[in-house]
Design a protein around this ligand. Structure first.
Ligand code: GLA
Length: 638
C-alpha cells in the first residue's frame, strides 16, 4: 500500500512534492491505516548519466538527491519507491536501465530505496521481456537490499506465467486512466487471475484513480474491487488536497483489512450477469468478503447466498456492511439494492455456537480449552498456550478473538487467541512496568479494553487499550483508593459506557464504577451481605443485571445480583454450594451464567438459568487439571 505521483503529476515530480506527500500520509491517518510506500514515478532522473554511467537525479526537481529524500521518508516511518524502465529509455525518454541493471540496482540500494517500479517502454533492443525483467530481479538481489519489485509491462508477454517467479507484483493491463471505462477494463482483465496472485506476488490492475474526479459511487467501487482482488493499493491522487470524502474511501479500514487479509487470496467472481457481478474472497479467520458490483447505468438488485460465497453451513450469518458500517443477520441470502456503478461490500461471518475458552495456570503456564455450552462438551483436554509463573488471569472476548491478560512473576502480559484458527499471538508485556501485581480484571466498552490491577500495594490501577490495535497506554493510573489498599481480587463488567469493578479487600467485597465518558470513578462502597474472608470474586452481566459470585471464607460459592443501573445489590448472599473452591470465573451465554471454579483436583462448573433462577448441579470438567493457579472464561462469537 502506498502512493505514486504519476496519475496526478506525470512528469511534474519533485522532492518537495514527495516530502509534502509523506507528511500528509502521516498527518491524514493514511499511514496508520496501512499506506507505507511513497513512490516516485518517471522523470526523476537527469537526462544524462554521469561520466561513470551512474544515474543522477534531476538537479532541479531533486536538488538534494534521492538519498536525502529516502532519509526524509524513512524518518516518517515510511518507505521510498523509485521508477525505471527495462529499455533504453523510460516512457518519457529519459535514460533507461537496459544494460545498466546491476549499476542502477546498486544506486537504488545505496540510496536506500525500498521499491522499484520497472516499466517497459520504447526500445528494448529485441530482448524478450522475461529476460529484461529477470535481469533487474537478479541485479536487485545482488545489490543486497530488500526492494519490492513491481513490474509494469501492462499484462503483456505472458507476464502471468513468469511474473510470480520474477517480481512481487506485475501489471495485468495497460495504464489506468481517469475514466470509469478504464477502471472497468483494468478490473475485467484482472478479475480472472485469482489463481495467479497470492502471498509473495500480486496481480496489479494499476494504481488508484480514487479522489481524482470519478463519482463517489465509482470511487467506492474502484477501491472495493481492488481490495477484493487483493491488489496493491497505490493511491494516485494529490493527497495534500484530498477531501474528507476521498480520505474516508482510501482510509476505510474494514475494506483495507480485506485487501491486506493474511490469507492473501484474490477474490473470485462467482457470478456475472448483465453487468452485475458477485465476487467472493475467503479471509483468514473463516469469514468471506462478498462484493455485489453493479457496473450498469441503472440501480439493480444483486443477490447471492452464503453457501455460494463459500461459507460453511450455519444457522445464521452476520453481514458487516463495510461502507455503511452496519451489521445485520441473515439465514443465508445475501442481497442488496446496488446503485449504478456502485457496490455493496459485506464481510460475512457464519455464526458459530457460543463457546467458552477456559484458561488455567497450573504449572505456571496458560492452558486452554474450548467448549460448546449447548452440548456441555469441552473437547478432549487442555492445550498448552505458553507462559511461565502465571498466577492470575483474565480475558475478554469479541467476535472470534479472545484477549488474555495474565500476571506472571508479578508483571502483566497479554496475548490473543483467534478461536477461528486456533492461533495464539504470543505473550507481550504490557507497558507501565507494574510489578508485584496481585490480581487483574478486564472489561470491554465498545472497542476499548479497560484493565484493572490490584498492584503491589493493594491499590487499584487502571489502563486502557484499543481492542483492534491491541496497543495499551504507556502507564497505569492509580485509582483513588479511599483506604481500600488491601485488594486481593478483582472482577469487572461493562455495560453501556460504565465499567463496574468489584474488589475484595480485607476479605470483604466492595464495588465502584468508572464512567468511561468522563473518566470519573465513583469510589468504593461495601456491598451488602456482610461477606467476610472472601477468597475470590467473579461478575457477569445479563441484560442490566450484574451477577456476582464469590468464594466465601468457607470455600463455597455465594451469589447475589444487582440492578446494574441503580447499582443496588440484594441485601444478602445466597449459597451456591460447592466446597474446597479456590479461584472463580464466570461468563454468560444468552441468559445463562456459567460459573467455573478451581478445586484441588480440577475445574468444576455450575450454570444459572437467569430466566427461572435454577442452578445446575456442580460438575467436574473432564480432563486432568490439577493445582490450577487461576481460571478465566470468555464467550466468543457474540
Ligand atoms: C507507463 C506506465 C505508467 C507510468 C508511465 C511513466 O505508461 O505504465 O504507470 O509509469 O509509464 O512514463
Amino acid at each position: 500500500m502506498g502512493w505514486n505521483d504519476w496519475n496526478t503529476f506525470n512528469c511534474d515530480v519533485s522532492e518537495k512534492l514527495i516530502k509534502e506527500t509523506a507528511d500528509v500520509i502521516v498527518s491524514s491517518g493514511l499511514k496508520a491505516a496501512g499506506y507505507e510506500y511513497v513512490n516516485i514515478d518517471d522523470c526523476w532522473m537527469a537526462p544524462q548519466r554521469d561520466a561513470s554511467g551512474n544515474l543522477k537525479a534531476d538537479p532541479v526537481k531533486f536538488p538534494s538527491g534521492i538519498k536525502a529524500v529516502a532519509d526524509y521518508v524513512h524518518a516518517k516511518g515510511l518507505k521510498l519507491g523509485i521508477y525505471q524502465s527495462a529499455s533504453t529509455n523510460t516512457c518519457k525518454g529519459l535514460p533507461g536501465s537496459l544494460g545498466y541493471e546491476k549499476q542502477d540496482a546498486k544506486s537504488f540500494a545505496a540510496w536506500e530505496v525500498d521499491f522499484l517500479k520497472y516499466d517497459n517502454c520504447w526500445h528494448t533492443q529485441g530482448v524478450a521481456a522475461q529476460q529484461r525483467f529477470t535481469a533487474m530481479r537478479d541485479a536487485l538481489r545482488a545489490a543486497g537490499r530488500p526492494i519490492v519489485y513491481s513490474m509494469s509491462n501492462y499484462g503483456l508477454d505472458g507476464v502471468t506465467s513468469w511474473g510470480p517467479s520474477t517480481g512481487h507484483m506485475w501489471r495485468t493491463e495497460d495504464d489506468i486512466l481517469l475514466d470509469w471505462k478504464s477502471v472497468l477494463t483494468n478490473y475485467r482483465s484482472n478479475v480472472g487471475l485469482a489463481s495467479i496472485g497470492g502471498p509473495g506476488g500480486w496481480n496489479d490492475p494499476d494504481m488508484l484513480q480514487v479522489g481524482r474526479g470519478l463519482t463517489y459511487e465509482q470511487d467506492k467501487s474502484h477501491f472495493s474491487l481492488w481490495a477484493q482482488m487483493a491488489a496493491p493499493l497505490i493511491a494516485g491522487n494529490d493527497l495534500r488536497s484530498a477531501s474528507t470524502q476521498t480520505l474516508s474511501i482510501l482510509g476505510n479500514r474494514k475494506v483495507i483489512a480485506v485487501d491486506q487479509d493474511p490469507l492473501g487470496r484474490q477474490g473470485v467472481r462467482i457470478s456475472s450477469q448483465g453487468g452485475l457481478d458477485v465476487l467472493a474472497k475467503p479471509l483468514a479467520n473463516g469469514d468471506v468478503s462478498v462484493v455485489l458490483f453493479n457496473s450498469t447505468d441503472a440501480p439493480a438488485r444483486i443477490s447471492t447466498t452464503a453457501a455460494r460465497a463459500g461459507l460453511p453451513a450455519a444457522a445464521s450469518y452476520t453481514l458487516d456492511d463495510l461502507w455503511a458500517d452496519t451489521l445485520r443477520t441473515t439465514t443465508g441470502s445475501i442481497s442488496a439494492d446496488v446503485p449504478a456503478h456502485g457496490v455493496v461490500m459485506y464481510r460475512v461471518s457464519a455464526a458459530v455456537p457460543d463457546s467458552v475458552t477456559l484458561a488455567a495456570g497450573g504449572d505456571g503456564t496458560l492452558w486452554n480449552r474450548t467448549g460448546v455450552f449447548d452440548t456441555n462438551h469441552y473437547g478432549a483436554g487442555w492445550t498448552r498456550a505458553g507462559g511461565t509463573e502465571m498466577t492470575r488471569l483474565t480475558s475478554t472476548g469479541t467476535g472470534r478473538t479472545v484477549r488474555y491478560y495474565g500476571v506472571a512473576g508479578g508483571r502483566v502480559y497479554g496475548q490473543d487467541l483467534d478461536t477461528g484458527t486456533g492461533a495464539w499471538s504470543g505473550w507481550h508485556e504490557l507497558p507501565g512496568g507494574a510489578t508485584g501485581v496481585r490480581d487483574i480484571s478486564a472489561a470491554r466498552v465498545g472497542n476499548v479494553v479497560h484493565l484493572q490491577i490490584a498492584g503491589w500495594d493493594g491499590s487499584m490501577w487502571s489502563q486502557t487499550a484499543d481492542y483492534d490495535a491491541g496497543r495499551f497506554n504507556p502507564q497505569w493510573t492509580l485509582v483513588p483508593s479511599a483506604g481500600k489498599t488491601d485488594l486481593t481480587a478483582l472482577a469487572s463488567v461493562a455495560s453501556g459506557t460504565l465499567v463496574r469493578v468489584y474488589g475484595v479487600a480485607y476479605g470483604r467485597v466492595y464495588g465502584q464504577d468508572l464512567n468511561t465518558v468522563t473518566g470519573a470513578w465513583s469510589g468504593w462502597q461495601e456491598l451488602p451481605g456482610g461477606a467476610t474472608g472472601v477468597k475470590d470474586i467473579a461478575a457477569s452481566l445479563v441484560g442490566t443485571t450484574v451477577h456476582l459470585q464469590i468464594i466465601g471464607g468457607d470455600g463455597a460459592l455465594w451469589t447475589q445480583t444487582g440492578d446494574y443501573n441503580a447499582g443496588r445489590f440484594n441485601p444478602a448472599w445466597t449459597s451456591g454450594g460447592g466446597s474446597g473452591l479456590k479461584r472463580l470465573t464466570s461468563t454468560t451465554e444468552g441468559t445463562n451464567v456459567h460459573v467455573y471454579a478451581t478445586t484441588a483436583d480440577g475445574v468444576r462448573h455450575t450454570g444459572l438459568n437467569t430466566r427461572n433462577g435454577s442452578w445446575t448441579a456442580w460438575q467436574q470438567l473432564p480432563g486432568e487439571a490439577i493445582a490450577l493457579a487461576d481460571l478465566t472464561a470468555s464467550t466468543t462469537a457474540d
